[in-house]
Design a protein around this ligand. Structure first.
Ligand SMILES: C[S@@+](CC[C@H](N)C(=O)[O-])C[C@H]1O[C@@H](n2cnc3c(N)ncnc32)[C@H](O)[C@@H]1O
Length: 260
């Protein structure tokens, strides 16, 4: 049987109930989508919300939904054909607490309201070594301010990475965005037993295909947990959004392909 093309996957995404692919040009023009309404309109339960940002194939998001049925999980990525795999697994497996969203993380505040998100996971994000302005690396202070503005009180950002530079940059930038560095480890799989609580030990042991590849190449896996410390003030949030989204009313990128 021929393997599925991107188009096949986009088409299948359309038929899955909890896959959301809004028009990104409308979002960039100021529209919101399901903001503040995820639990009520998407999921069958009112429960804490966890996001996996840059979820790729989405298999970690699916694992989170499987392990924590009393949590709602949204995998977010710009590439719908990538998260098709996780979306399909959630659909076939009847996981009512897993959803997928095609979005640019820069515009996350158009999808999630203040205090709507309990936890964020960033798994193997692109290290973006050359990103001097902090507009691409997903743990730069601009992004951390944005996430923090959506977190519940005591909400956390988990970061798992194979990149020592991304790890170091995250440890540096967490405090710059007034988040507390609550946990850090530069070799998760080599850590002594009891280093983390049992639930986290189990969760960190789960590896996506992507992580398996890095481990086979001999890389150590790093982990950081940042905790929300402050209510983000409007000026700070506006500055972060200006950096990530451009000034209000600026010309927006045109999308040559419909929202996929
Ligand atoms: C290196 S992959 C990681 C995949 C996955 N987290 C894993 O561990 O298997 C990074 C993913 O982040 C997505 N991504 C990067 N920057 C993004 C952005 N600004 N908005 C949405 N998705 C983004 C890419 O499309 C890609 O699928």
């Amino acid at each position: 049987m021929r393997s599925r093309t991107k188009r096949d996957r986009w088409r299948e995404n359309e038929d899955m109930e909890r896959v959301h692919e809004p028009d990104l040009a409308e979002i960039a023009a100021g529209a919101s989508y399901l903001r503040g309404e995820w639990c009520e309109r998407v999921f069958a339960q009112a429960a804490p919300l966890t996001l996996e940002l840059g979820c790729g194939q989405g298999m970690f998001a699916v694992e989170l939904a499987r392990r924590f049925p009393a949590t709602n999980v949204v995998g977010v990525d710009l590439k719908g054909h990538r998260f098709w795999r996780g979306a399909k697994a959630a659909h076939v497996g009847g996981l009512l607490n897993a959803a997928f969203l095609r979005a640019r993380i820069q515009w996350l505040d158009h999808f999630f309201a203040p205090r709507e998100v309990d936890q964020v996971w960033l798994t193997f994000s692109d290290p973006q070594h050359a990103d001097k302005r902090g507009t691409k690396r997903l743990t730069s202070p601009h992004y951390l301010w944005l996430y923090q503005s959506m977190l519940t009180e005591g909400g956390v950002v988990h970061v798992k990475t194979d990149s020592p530079e991304f790890y170091e940059n995250t440890l540096r930038d967490g405090p710059l965005a007034e988040m507390a560095v609550e946990e850090s480890c530069d070799d998760v799989h080599g850590a002594p037993a009891g280093r983390f609580d049992a639930e986290l030990t189990d969760l960190l042991a789960f590896k996506t295909a992507y992580e398996e590849r890095w481990i086979q190449e001999g890389r150590s896996i790093h982990y950081v947990r940042l905790r929300r410390k402050v209510e983000v003030c409007e000026e700070q949030l506006a500055r972060a959004k200006r950096m990530l989204q451009g000034p209000p009313g600026a010309a927006r990128p045109r999308f040559t392909r419909p929202a996929r």
